[in-house]
Write a protein that binds this ligand. Structure first.
Ligand code: ADP
Ligand code: MG
Length: 304
């Protein structure tokens, strides 16, 4: 575990968001390369709370294989650095890189990993994530899917989260938007997962035509929920998305039910080589053209 901040060598930027930025660094003594989320204490106590929450959750989830591992942290007067295992990419970057839908088998693995992570968070720590979206779902080079970014996750009291309008408007469940529902529960994250899966399956954010967050929120409340396009996807995948995106959250399943859904049950037994698919995507992104990846066929030679 890194113990001296001066042992850390900067290797480049990995991402940035609301809280700070994430960089790639080498820990010189062990010669290991890790990801470090660098955040600055601010004068704003709300922002500082996010930093604490992010750190607290990631530190206590060390025994969950579906949550990014933390190696420790550096806390100085000015900054907080969270040292984490280095992942290869996040799903927002992957959809941009591909600019086309992901194969159903890959999305199935994403759905299973994310639901297992959320279920673990709820059952073991009484926490909901509240910011499920492609940029907070990571992939490593072995094809493991892991959840990150717990800055706005919330502690549950009697299984309900006290309202707070933190989170990305675009993925927010109807009950978090409409006035008159002060509390909400884990099913708000299930909605965000549904939106995320539609985005991965179409290559596009379902409310992408909207000009403002306000317009997105109005459409979430008024329109029929987004659906998968009719072609190419299995009935089980359609049904899974339909269940996640029920506007009335009383009708929406919680994690136990989702884990028993035929779509997720398929991926508890079916082997999908996500790592090989990702390696293929990386090679292909350097070339131009139409290439199909076949899940069963991972030994194929590229004719580039
Ligand atoms: P923010 O609170 O700013 O959204 P995140 O924790 O979501 O911060 O990280 C921002 C981005 O940095 C992610 O979307 C991802 O692309 C990248 N990133 C975060 N953690 C890692 C990691 N452990 N390995 C590789 N990339 C990461
Ligand atoms: Mg994020």
């Amino acid at each position: 575990y890194p113990t001296d901040i001066n042992d850390m060598e900067h290797l480049g930027e990995l991402g940035s968001g609301t809280c700070g930025h994430v960089v790639k660094m080498r820990h010189r003594p062990s010669n290991s390369i890790i990801a470090v989320k660098q955040m600055r204490w601010s004068g704003d106590s709300e922002e500082n709370k996010r930093i604490y929450m992010d750190l607290e959750v990631v530190l206590k989830c060390h025994d969950c294989p579906y949550i990014v591992s933390c190696y420790g942290c550096f806390i100085t007067d000015a900054d907080v650095w969270i040292c984490m295992e280095l992942m290869s990419t996040s799903f927002d970057k992957l959809t941009k890189l591909l600019s086309s839908p992901l194969p159903e088998d890959i999305i199935g693995r994403v759905a299973l990993g994310t639901v297992r992570a959320l279920h673990y968070l709820k059952e073991r720590h009484g926490v909901m994530h509240r910011d499920i979206k492609p940029s907070n779902i990571l992939l490593d080079s072995n094809g493991n899917v892991k959840l990150c970014d717990f800055g706005i996750s919330g502690r549950l009291v009697n299984s309900k989260a006290k309202s707070g309008n933190a989170g990305c408007a675009a993925y927010m469940a109807p009950e978090r938007i409409s006035p008159g529902t002060p509390d909400y529960d884990v099913r708000a994250d299930v909605w965000s997962l549904g939106i995320t899966l539609v985005e991965l399956a179409t290559g596009m954010f379902p409310y992408k035509d909207c000009k403002s967050d306000f317009e997105v929120l109005s459409r979430v409340l008024q329109d029929e929920p987004p659906k998968l396009p009719n072609n190419n996807f299995s009935p089980e995948f359609h049904a899974f998305v339909e269940a996640c995106l029920r506007k009335d959250y009383h009708q929406r399943p919680k994690y136990n039910k989702l884990l028993d859904h035929p779509f997720l049950l398929r991926y508890t037994t079916k082997y999908v080589d996500v790592g090989a698919w990702f390696a293929h995507v990386q090679r292909m992104s350097k070339n131009v053209g139409n290439h199909q990846w076949n899940c069963q066929d991972t030994t194929r030679q590229e004719n580039s």
